[in-house]
Design a protein around this ligand. Structure first.
Ligand code: PAF
Length: 294
């Protein structure tokens, strides 16, 4: 596996691949890699001839009171995992390489309707930081295909919209959430959980599935479902619930009744750790005239 720390070294390699007609896949990450990231890499390898992974903890997407300084940086372990998977190139830019003029630079701003609700409500400016760094990484790596996890569902929609509206020449692919055996969605932040908190954490997915089943069974009282789910999370031992929302999967606006698809998104806290999860629900009429989940 090659490691490039500068745009110059990255471009030299990618240019060679492009001249040889090879298809380049890209997985942007902030490191601290787990099986969720590695499955994105494997999917990229199945779609492309060469795969670039970036590890860059992006200061622009962290708020002043967030965990930028303490975000786990695990370079040795990350590079060993990527090497084992035979990734072609690891791009490891410094903050100066990415932002030579500092953070007061040109930004990519996706419209508020998608970026100021849910995660954007508690993390103002977060998605501007994400879309700016992802746009910049796309321009640097010049991938044909880029892969993102569905776990960060709102991030995925923001990136999709940026790519469509700026006509960026890259195909973006979403990959299903990877879960531990007990259903907890894998996340770099799971490391912060104590063993008692870790035992509570999988209930987030259990309660999301309960909401999904209720919708599939015909319950359209989304506000009541959200409220019950929040109460159930608190009873299960979560310290706080930022939100449980049943939304339109394309706009993230509150769901209307009788949609074919919904996304249920939730964030609950265990101590200082915010756990994010979501589930997509597709409701199709069954032969008996009832509803079933696909
Ligand atoms: O999901 C992440 O790890 C980050 O938000 C991303 C897409 C790598 C941008 O920094």
């Amino acid at each position: 596996m090659k490691i490039a720390e500068t745009l110059k070294a990255l471009s030299a390699q990618v240019t060679q691949w492009k001249q040889a007609g090879l298809k380049v896949g890209f997985v942007p990450t902030m490191g601290n890699l787990h099986q969720g990231h590695l499955s994105l890499v494997q999917q990229a390898q199945s779609l492309c001839d060469r795969v670039v992974v970036s590890v860059f903890v992006n200061p622009m997407q962290f708020g002043p009171n967030e965990d930028f300084e303490h975000y786990p940086r695990t370079f040795q372990a990350d590079s060993a995992k990527l090497n084992d998977l035979k990734v072609d190139l690891l791009y490891l830019p410094s903050v100066d390489e990415m932002y030579p003029n500092g953070l007061e630079q040109t930004r990519v701003v996706v419209p508020d309707a998608l970026t100021t609700l849910l995660e954007g409500a508690s993390r103002p400016g977060h998605f501007d930081g994400v879309s700016t760094v992802v746009c910049k990484l796309f321009n640097m790596v010049q991938p044909d295909v880029a892969l993102f996890g569905q776990k960060d569902y709102q991030q995925w929609l923001v990136i999709l919209r940026m790519v469509q509206e700026l006509a960026l020449p890259v195909e973006v692919v979403a990959s299903p959430i990877v879960r531990d055996k007990d259903g907890l969605a894998l996340s770099s932040r799971n490391k912060y959980l104590s063993s008692a908190q870790r035992a509570i954490a999988p209930k987030l997915n259990v309660i999301l599935q309960e909401v999904a089943m209720a919708i599939v069974s015909g319950n359209q009282n989304f506000k009541a479902l959200e409220k019950t789910a929040s109460q159930r999370l608190l009873q299960a031992g979560f310290d706080d619930v930022d939100y449980v929302r049943v939304c339109d999967p394309n706009t993230l606006q509150p769901a209307m009744s009788k949609q074919e698809q919904y996304v249920i998104l939730a964030v609950a806290r265990l101590g200082e750790t915010r756990l994010l999860d979501n589930t997509l629900v597709r409701v199709v009429p069954s032969f008996e005239g009832g509803l079933e989940r696909s």
